[in-house]
Ligand binder design. Structure first.
Ligand code: BES
Ligand code: ZN
Ligand code: ZN
Length: 485
């Protein structure tokens, strides 16, 4: 989306639509600057409207000022106002402009706004206009936005936010791809497409994975003719600096394999690659933003398909970290590929922190629904920092506990551990317990289960800046964490 800024009096701006925000309990100071018929209509509209959050009024100006129409949107009471209200309202205005088929619109900033306000406007405008239309014959036009600013400092904020948005939309674009157009090799191709002199990519092939005994990944990948890949992206890696590792599950399609899933909503299992897509989005944003941190992205990618070669319930697998795992259910595949990726990342990079994103368990939806992701960590500081980032960007997360009792729930009678815990008992936590078994050196680690929040599901709360399909949940959260810590 093209977004420009201009320092100009709003009454002199030539535009199809001049948009203003209004708080419920305030009359904007600019109202008295507009005289005549338009001024009276605006005054009347303002006093006749409550300006609850999201309330929109459109006033035609009939050539009396340079803007063809004024669009007003309510923000509710100023004391209750927050970034999410601005983001959502801006998305609502942008959708309205698109419905009216206007080629451009202008948003006038209130005086003395904080950078946070501008971030929300840019997020709301650009993310609401995202639409996955690669397979549509008719596509919707995206209007251009001009933000009227008071000083040039704000330009930097606009540019930075657009880079993060690009990461979110990159993640959404890949996640939305159908499973016949996105295999592990496609994920690898997308990873290569974002490389530059600071961002390097390595793809570990099936042969190499077999040779190096990544048996968690190769076992899950065996049932599909589309070979597994382990994708490694290294950004700004420096000697003697411990990187942060971000890992994402990328199962390009999850049938459940031999423990076959029922067919209802099976098409949604193309979204089982969302963790990997989030990592791609984060790495793209990180390199565009030119962050000074060292960051490694690791994406284990497989297609979980049944076939004559599939792994089976009952198999015992020696993982990359040499632990023996009894397979009880081939549908609990995410933890197997993530475990190998975590052990590899920890061994190779001795990282400062490990963050992982995965659409890991249906149980997470049962526990928290589709608006809040679950997280589990071995480090209190990470819990605090991520919760703070979550509050700032409104990607909601909630902590679940992990202690030795949960670790014991996945002990196997005949191997070290098994790949599922007792049925119906804390499925999200026992999955995390499995991952915790792959952390060897007590590295601070946070696991985010994004099964409920990665795409729009029937119980997902409406947000104007999300459209149908993938949300890119986790990109804004992680970029906030990386830039504030
Ligand atoms: N990808 C699924 C989890 C999932 C299910 C995400 C529905 C989003 C919506 C994962 O691989 C899986 O199948 N998990 C099983 C684990 C079970 C066999 C212990 C599940 O959640 O049912
Ligand atoms: Zn599964
Ligand atoms: Zn899965």
């Amino acid at each position: 989306m093209k977004i420009i800024t201009e320092i100009k009096n709003h009454l002199h701006k030539k535009t199809k639509a001049l948009c203003h925000f209004i708080y419920e309990d305030e009359i904007p100071d600019w109202v008295n600057e507009i005289h005549g018929r338009v001024g009276n209509t605006i005054k009347q509209t303002i006093s006749n409207t409550e300006w609850k959050e999201g309330e929109i009024r459109i006033i035609e100006t009939h050539g009396l000022i340079t803007a063809e129409r004024i669009i007003l949107i309510g923000l509710g009471l100023r004391k209750n106002s927050n970034a999410e209200i601005i983001r959502n309202s801006t998305g609502k205005i942008s959708r309205e402009i698109q419905k009216m088929k206007l080629p451009e619109y202008t948003i006038s900033l209130p005086k003395n706004v904080q950078a946070e306000f501008v971030v929300s406007i840019v997020e709301g405008a650009e993310l609401s206009m995202y639409n996955f239309d690669k397979y549509k014959s008719n596509t919707k036009k995206i209007p251009e936005l001009c933000i009227l600013i008071h000083n040039n400092e704000i330009n930097k904020t606009v540019m930075k936010t657009q880079k993060v948005n690009m990461g979110v939309m990159f993640a959404r674009d890949i996640a939305n791809l159908p499973p016949n157009d996105c295999y592990p090799s496609t994920m690898a191709k997308f990873a290569k497409s974002i490389t530059n002199n600071k961002l390097k990519c390595r793809i570990i092939s099936k042969e190499c994975l077999e040779r190096e005994k990544f048996n968690g990944i190769t076992s899950v990948g065996m049932g599909s003719k589309n070979e597994p890949k382990l994708i490694v992206l290294e950004y700004n890696l420096k000697k003697n600096v411990k990187p942060i590792i971000i890992i994402g599950k990328a199962v390009t399609f999850d049938t459940g394999e031999i423990s076959l899933k029922p067919s209802e909503k099976l098409e949604e299992m193309k979204f089982d690659k969302c963790g990997g897509c989030v990592v791609l989005g984060i790495m793209k944003a990180v390199s565009e933003l030119k962050l000074s941190t060292s960051i490694v992205g690791i994406i284990p990618s497989v297609e979980n398909m049944p076939g004559g070669n599939s792994y089976r319930p009952g198999d015992i697998i020696k993982m990359y970290n040499e632990k023996m795992v009894e397979i009880i259910n081939t549908d609990a595949e995410g933890r197997l590929i993530l475990s190998d990726a975590i052990s590899y990342g920890e061994k190779k990079y001795s990282p400062k922190t490990i963050i992982d994103f995965a659409t890991l368990t249906g149980a997470c939806i049962t526990a928290l629904g589709t608006n809040v992701a679950g997280f589990i960590t071995n480090n209190d500081d990470l819990a605090i920092k991520f919760s703070e980032s979550s509050k700032r960007c409104n990607e909601e997360i909630w902590q679940l506990p992990l202690n030795n009792d949960y670790m014991d729930m996945i002990k196997s009678e005949i191997a070290d551990i098994k790949n599922i815990g007792p049925k119906g008992a804390a499925g999200t936590i026992t999955a995390a317990a499995f991952l915790a078994h792959s952390i060897n050196k007590n590295t601070p680690w946070i696991h985010v289960d994004i099964a409920g929040t990665s795409w729009i599901q029937p119980s997902t709360k409406y947000r104007s800046y999300n459209s149908n399909g993938a949300t890119g949940f986790g990109v804004r959260l992680t970029i906030d964490y990386l830039t504030n810590n």
